[in-house]
Design a protein around this ligand. Sequence first.
Ligand code: SAM
Length: 265
Amino acid sequence: MGRLGGTSTRRGLDVVELGCGTAYFSARLAKRGARTVFVDPTPAQLATARRLEAETGITFLLVEAPGERVPLPDGSFDLAFSEYGASLWADPHRWVPEAARLLRPDGRLVFLTNSTIAFLCTPDVGEVGERLMRPQTAMYRVEWPDEVGVEYHLSHPQWIDLLHGSGFQVERLIDVYAGPESVRHDVYGYVSPGWARQLPVEEMSRRSGPRATEPESAQPPGRPRPWPPDRGTGYRSLPIRTCPRDPRRSSSAIQAANTRPIASP
Ligand SMILES: C[S@@+](CC[C@H](N)C(=O)[O-])C[C@H]1O[C@@H](n2cnc3c(N)ncnc32)[C@H](O)[C@@H]1O
């Protein structure tokens, strides 16, 4: 936790989590003094994060939006990360450029998702096995027969091309294995501990600036707006705000709505 994939979680770091879920991970960074913004498109997840905020007293900013379209200003963060949020559920060709837009020039992107080998060995139904179940050319947009939702998986060359095209330098790709003491999990039982001790079930990637080039899909230049709104005392919590899906609303209007300075309680 102290160093997130090599990125120091020092006090005062501006962090955005893309697809925060219950926000437990960002909350730990906030507890260490990071100024965190939690982004997730699912109101129920944000409601849980809000409840945990009340219970723990750790305050943060919640923004309801998908990783593909985050209504926050350009160049606002030192670290963007995702743990099975946008990194699995958002279209990488949209969320990776969006992460690049949100980061400062020397910012870092760190994310965790399923490994390529785990994906290739996953049957349509059931546990990850020891045989290849699908061609690598089938990677990208995936809908499992018995599950709701769309996952996104890229091969390593595809990730590298996309990240370079979005202006990132690739620092590390880390295989995550189960430890010797690992036991079968009731909820995440899609892979056995024995499998995950021998093959990487997850991959963690660390990508960084300074950007070699401007992202190919760079947005218009940033707006000259103070950000974060309250650097002195850290973020305070805002009501959850929806990222409107109406394309007629300009992105600057959405951003203005979501970055308005917070009135004192
Ligand atoms: C398995 S949870 C993981 C989040 C977090 N690490 C946790 O453990 O709570 C996946 C999250 O991704 C979010 N999600 C779904 N589609 C998304 C998208 N397009 N962009 C960002 N997040 C998304 C879901 O709402 C959910 O909260």
